[in-house]
Design a protein around this ligand. Structure first.
Ligand code: SAH
Length: 466
C-alpha cells in the first residue's frame, strides 16, 4: 500500500524539511506488522513527492493471534490487508511523520504554519460504502477529490467492481492538516476491518481531529466508523466534540453586539463601515450580493435601500442572529417585491456550499477575526475557490488603532470572541497571499477617521476577479 504526497510549493523540497526526512535518502522503519519506507520519487525545486510505502507481513499479522479472527485459516493469510490503506497506515504515519503531524518545526515554524498546494494519492483504499463516502469525508474539508474504481479482476469483468479505489486528493493546506485528515479518515473509510480500539483511541481521535472534526458535517459517521462496535466510546467522543464546536454560537454573538458596538459608537464606526461597503458595491455595479456572517442584519438593511441590487442574501451560522435579523427587518411585513429581493440563509462559511456560487459580490464584515486559524483557512477556500464571487469585500479591526479606545485595556481585543486582531501589515500580507493563490486583484481602503500614526479603526480589503 502506498501513500504519496506531492507539493508544488516553491521550493518544493521544503516538503523534506517539514517531514523531517531527507529527500536524497531512503528511510525504513520496523513496525509490529511489517516495514514502512519513506522515499522521494521526485525532488526538485518545482515539484517534490514523498512516498510512504507499507510492506505488511500477512504472516506476522496472524502470528500469536490464532483464534481471534473469524473465518478460515486461509482467510487469515490471504486477504486485502497488505494492499489497502487502513489503520496500519495511520500507525506508520504516526511513526514516520509524528513531528510534522504535530505542526511543530524547530527551525522554520512559519513554513509549518503555511498552507501550500498539496496532492495526496492513496493506492488503494477499500471502501465498501462506495465513492460517495470518500467524497463526503474529504470534500467538506476543501479537497477536490478524484477516484478510480477498480474491477475485482480485470480478467473477469463480469465479476463487477469491488470495493477498491485509487483516490487523489488535492487542495491548499498546511501539511499538518493533510496528515491529520488522512490519519483519521483512512481508517474511517476502511471501517469494517479496522480493529484497534482502546480508551486512548478517543484521545487520539480528538487530538488528530482538533480544529476540523468538531465542525465536520459528517462528524457522527466519522466517529462511529473510527470507533466501530464501541458505542460508549463513540458517544463520549461525540460529546466532547460538541463542546469543542462551541455549541451555542448565538450566546457569544449577542454579547458581541453590545460590547463592541458600545466602544465603537462614539466614532459611529459601524455606520461608516456600512457606508464604505455600499460605496464599493455601487462602484463595481454589483446586482446580486451575499452578506456572509450577516449577524443581525445591519448591513442588509442598508443594502435593501440600494435600488440597483436585485438579490440580497444574508447568511450566518447563528440561527438566533438570523431570527433577530428577520424581526428587525420586519420581513413578514415587507411588500412582496422587497421580500423577493431578500433571502436569509442558515449556513457555515466552513463548508463549500453550492448556494453561494455565481454572485457578483460578497461582503464579509467583521467576521474573519471570529475564525481561528484552521477555520480561517477553510473559509478562504470556501469563498475564494468555491463560491468565487467577482468582488469580495472583507473588513476587520486594525489593532494598531486600539490604543485610541480609552475603555480598552492595552493588548486586549475589541471583543472576547475575537481570535485575532491584525495590524495593517498583517492584514495586507494575508490578503496579498490570498489574491495570489486565487487569482484576485486586491486593494485596501481605510474605514473611519485615519490617524497619522495608527491608521483607521477598520481596515477593508477589496478583492476583484480580473
Ligand atoms: N457582519 C455583521 C456581524 C459581524 S459579527 C456586522 O457587521 O454586524 C460576526 C458574525 O459572523 C456573527 O454573526 C457570527 O455568527 C458569524 N459567523 C461566525 N462564524 C461563522 C461561520 N463559520 N459561518 C457563518 N457565519 C459565521
Amino acid at each position: 500500500m502506498l501513500l504519496t504526497i506531492t507539493t508544488t510549493h516553491n521550493p518544493a523540497t521544503d516538503l523534506g524539511y517539514l517531514l523531517h526526512k531527507n529527500p536524497t535518502k531512503l528511510h525504513s522503519f520496523e513496525l509490529s506488522f511489517g516495514k514502512a519506507h519513506v522515499f522521494y520519487p521526485e525532488a526538485t525545486a518545482e515539484r517534490c513527492t514523498a512516498a510512504l510505502l507499507l510492506d505488511v507481513d500477512p504472516i506476522g499479522l496472524v502470528r500469536g493471534k490464532r483464534g481471534q479472527h473469524e473465518g478460515g485459516t486461509l482467510d487469515q493469510y490471504v486477504n486485502d490487508r497488505p494492499y489497502v490503506l487502513s489503520s496500519f497506515l495511520s500507525v506508520a504515519m504516526g511513526r514516520a511523520f509524528g513531528t510534522a503531524m504535530s505542526g511543530r518545526s524547530k527551525g522554520r515554524q512559519e513554513l509549518a504554519d503555511q498552507a501550500m498546494p498539496l496532492t495526496a494519492t492513496l493506492t488503494v483504499v477499500a471502501c465498501r460504502a462506495g465513492e460517495g463516502l470518500i467524497r463526503e469525508l474529504f470534500e467538506p474539508l476543501g479537497y477536490s477529490v478524484s477516484t478510480e474504481h477498480h474491477p475485482l479482476d480485470e480478467k473477469f469483468p463480469e465479476w463487477g467492481e469491488g470495493p477498491y479505489y485509487s483516490v487523489t486528493l488535492a487542495g491548499t493546506f498546511r501539511l499538518q492538516d493533510l496528515l491529520n485528515h488522512l490519519y483519521v479518515l483512512v481508517p474511517v473509510l476502511d471501517a469494517e476491518k479496522h480493529y484497534w480500539i482502546g480508551k486512548d483511541e478517543v484521545e487520539k481521535l480528538l487530538r488528530k481531529g482538533e480544529g476540523w472534526l468538531a465542525s465536520h458535517p459528517h462528524k457522527e459517521a466519522i466517529v462511529k466508523r473510527y470507533l466501530p462496535r464501541q458505542r460508549q466510546l463513540a458517544r463520549e467522543a461525540l460529546a466532547r466534540l460538541a463542546e469543542e464546536d462551541n455549541p451555542d454560537p448565538d450566546a457569544t454573538e449577542e454579547a458581541h453586539s453590545e460590547e463592541e458596538t458600545k466602544m465603537e459608537e462614539p466614532i459611529r464606526l459601524w455606520q461608516q463601515r456600512m457606508g464604505a461597503v455600499v460605496a464599493v458595491l455601487r462602484s463595481v455595479e454589483a446586482k446580486r450580493v451575499l452578506d456572509l456572517g450577516c449577524g443581525e442584519g445591519k448591513l442588509l438593511r442598508a443594502l435593501l435601500d440600494e435600488k440597483s441590487l436585485t438579490e440580497i442574501v444574508g447568511m450566518d451560522v447563528s440561527y438566533r442572529s438570523l431570527e433577530i435579523a428577520s424581526q428587525r427587518l420586519r420581513i413578514d411585513r415587507m411588500p412582496t417585491k422587497q421580500k423577493e429581493r431578500l433571502k436569509l440563509m442558515h449556513g457555515s462559511l466552513m463548508y463549500r456550499d453550492k448556494r453561494l456560487a455565481g454572485y457578483d459580490a460578497a461582503t464579509v464584515v467583521e467576521v474573519i477575526e471570529h475564525l481561528d486559524a484552521p477555520r480561517l483557512s477553510a473559509f478562504e477556500r470556501v469563498l475564494f475557490e468555491a463560491a468565487r464571487p467577482k468582488t469580495i469585500i472583507v473588513t476587520t479591526p486594525n489593532c494598531e488603532y486600539n490604543v485610541k479606545f480609552e475603555t480598552l485595556p492595552a493588548g486586549k481585543f475589541r471583543h472576547k470572541d475575537h481570535r485575532f486582531e491584525w495590524t495593517r501589515e498583517q492584514f495586507k500580507q494575508w490578503s496579498r497571499q490570498l489574491s495570489e493563490r486565487f487569482g484576485y486583484a486586491v486593494r485596501f481602503l481605510p474605514v473611519g477617521e485615519e490617524d497619522p500614526q495608527v491608521g483607521a479603526p477598520t481596515q477593508m480589503g477589496v478583492f476583484s476577479l480580473g
